[in-house]
Design a protein around this ligand. Sequence first.
Ligand code: SD4
Length: 308
Amino acid sequence: MLHAFEHAATPGSPLDSGTRFKEGHMLATWNHGLVSNAEGWRLMQQGGTALDAVVEGTALVESDPNGASVGLGGRPDRSGKVTLDACVMGPDGNAGGVCFMEDIEHPVKVARAVMEETPHVLLAGEGAREFAISRGFKTTNLLTEDSRKAWEDWKQSAEYKPIINVENHDTIGMIAQDLEGNLAGACTTSGLAFKLRGRVGDSPIIGAGLFVDNEFGACTATGLGEAVMRTVGSFLVVELIRQGQTPQEACEEAVRRIASAMPTDDLQVGYLAMDTRGNAGAFAIHPGFNYVRTIAGSATLVDGTALR
Ligand code: SD4
């Protein structure tokens, strides 16, 4: 088996820094990554782990009532209920998630508790909610006035059509490498607006919305979860990195895999990945997918490239 230090990204490629960033490396989807990465970076410089960074960073975004696709203020399902999905994965290969969970503002923190305090990986629905309450999480009404109005408007047509790049502000997926060189990731969402009740997307599913292999790399996904789940996207990206591709090459191949399996006119998916050597990659089906990269304390909002 290759060891991380033997696993070179394509030597000389523009993304190959050849070595990891000693102060850490952080990527998050969409422009709310500016908020999550600032918090994650702050924690890591104070000795926090990559896992602390991704959980606390994404939790801040969950609390923003103006984010229509994550946590508080997330758009409800077609019955008017906000149901949340999230997962985390740490450097030791352990993982935890919750899906179809109501009334709890921080699914990403509950996912961490599932990982650290139970022998399980995924808790769903009422069971996830009860577990959260048993661990001291408070219940909150997650349906904001804005979301309620949007739902009332939607009911006029009740058209069910997932929209590409909703306000450039969607599911947050965050991956990080800490000062020790360890990787972790988190992904949290309210899923598709006005989804069928009970629908769960890729975001809480390990291997689909998120995957971390501490020796090689990490990936997270955003976009139409059904396409990511059908192709086990984040696992695929990390596996390709493991086999020697750069994160950019791996994200591109995973997007092409979707395009070869299904029509993509109305379908958006974006992948965001890093390896252990300081390389980053991002690729989407359609333009419009952006992400935030933080290196040396400085965050950059980057427009990802796309297939079409
Ligand atoms: C889902 N992947 O529930 C999520 C939604 C999303 O950008 O990421 N939108 O399918």
